[in-house]
Write a protein that binds this ligand. Structure first.
Ligand code: SF4
Ligand code: SF4
Length: 63
């Protein structure tokens, strides 16, 4: 499992992370990115690479 944290103060809501995520774990709604299905995340880190403001943290968890 992976924990995804979005820093909403940094996020500009453009949704590049949601567009690149292969598991559709992220979505941009109302100008901010939201985690919609962290359980689907495979930890590819593509969202982090594409986020120009470093708003995303993905951490592997024990479970
Ligand atoms: S890529 Fe970064 S700034 Fe853009 S919507 Fe995603 S978290 Fe927000
Ligand atoms: S690490 Fe990969 S699978 Fe997980 S939310 Fe980011 S883009 Fe999606």
């Amino acid at each position: 499992m992976f924990e995804i944290i979005i820093d909403k103060d940094k996020c500009d809501g453009q949704g590049e992370c949601a567009d690149i995520c292969p598991t559709e774990s992220l979505a941009a709604n109302n100008g901010k990115c939201e985690v919609v299905s962290a359980e689907e995340c495979v930890g590819c880190m593509s969202c982090i690479e594409v986020c120009s403001v470093q708003a995303i943290t993905v951490t592997e968890t024990e479970e």
